[in-house]
Design a protein around this ligand. Structure first.
Ligand code: ZN
Length: 72
Protein backbone atom coordinates (compact mmCIF):
# COMPACT_ATOMS: atom_id res chain seq x y z
CA UNK A 1 0.00 0.00 0.00
CA UNK A 2 1.38 3.34 -1.01
CA UNK A 3 0.90 6.54 0.87
CA UNK A 4 0.74 9.90 -0.83
CA UNK A 5 1.07 13.28 0.71
CA UNK A 6 -0.36 16.51 -0.62
CA UNK A 7 2.12 18.66 1.23
CA UNK A 8 5.19 19.68 -0.78
CA UNK A 9 8.48 18.29 0.34
CA UNK A 10 11.38 20.71 0.40
CA UNK A 11 14.87 19.42 -0.02
CA UNK A 12 16.61 22.00 2.09
CA UNK A 13 13.84 22.63 4.52
CA UNK A 14 13.71 26.36 3.80
CA UNK A 15 12.55 28.55 0.95
CA UNK A 16 14.89 31.24 -0.30
CA UNK A 17 13.35 34.63 -0.89
CA UNK A 18 14.13 36.35 -4.18
CA UNK A 19 15.32 39.91 -3.59
CA UNK A 20 13.15 42.67 -5.02
CA UNK A 21 16.14 44.12 -6.86
CA UNK A 22 16.50 40.88 -8.82
CA UNK A 23 12.85 40.78 -9.81
CA UNK A 24 12.26 44.49 -10.54
CA UNK A 25 13.99 44.67 -13.96
CA UNK A 26 12.11 41.62 -15.22
CA UNK A 27 8.83 42.93 -13.80
CA UNK A 28 9.35 46.26 -15.60
CA UNK A 29 10.28 44.44 -18.82
CA UNK A 30 7.15 42.30 -18.58
CA UNK A 31 5.04 45.36 -17.88
CA UNK A 32 6.44 47.14 -20.95
CA UNK A 33 5.73 44.08 -23.12
CA UNK A 34 2.18 43.98 -21.77
CA UNK A 35 1.68 47.69 -22.50
CA UNK A 36 2.95 47.26 -26.07
CA UNK A 37 0.68 44.23 -26.51
CA UNK A 38 -2.35 46.06 -25.15
CA UNK A 39 -1.56 49.03 -27.40
CA UNK A 40 -1.46 46.86 -30.52
CA UNK A 41 -4.63 45.03 -29.55
CA UNK A 42 -6.59 48.06 -28.40
CA UNK A 43 -5.39 51.17 -30.19
CA UNK A 44 -3.53 50.22 -33.39
CA UNK A 45 -6.14 51.64 -35.70
CA UNK A 46 -6.88 54.88 -37.55
CA UNK A 47 -5.22 58.04 -36.20
CA UNK A 48 -3.19 56.17 -33.56
CA UNK A 49 -1.85 53.55 -35.98
CA UNK A 50 1.92 53.11 -36.18
CA UNK A 51 1.76 50.98 -39.34
CA UNK A 52 -0.10 51.79 -42.52
CA UNK A 53 -2.91 49.58 -43.62
CA UNK A 54 -5.10 47.21 -41.65
CA UNK A 55 -2.69 44.28 -41.28
CA UNK A 56 -2.00 44.70 -37.55
CA UNK A 57 -5.64 45.47 -36.83
CA UNK A 58 -6.82 42.37 -38.65
CA UNK A 59 -4.10 40.25 -37.02
CA UNK A 60 -5.29 41.12 -33.48
CA UNK A 61 -8.95 41.53 -34.38
CA UNK A 62 -10.24 38.56 -32.39
CA UNK A 63 -8.27 39.61 -29.31
CA UNK A 64 -9.71 43.11 -29.64
CA UNK A 65 -13.25 41.75 -29.52
CA UNK A 66 -12.38 39.28 -26.77
CA UNK A 67 -11.05 42.05 -24.51
CA UNK A 68 -13.96 44.37 -25.25
CA UNK A 69 -12.14 47.16 -27.08
CA UNK A 70 -14.34 49.16 -29.47
CA UNK A 71 -13.87 48.10 -33.04
CA UNK A 72 -16.63 48.31 -35.62
ZN1 ZN B 1 -14.07 44.10 -35.07
Amino acid sequence: MSTTSLTPKLNSGSVQAIPLGAIAPWAIFGLLLAIVGIYFVGAEQGATALFKGMYVHEFVHDARHLLGFPCH
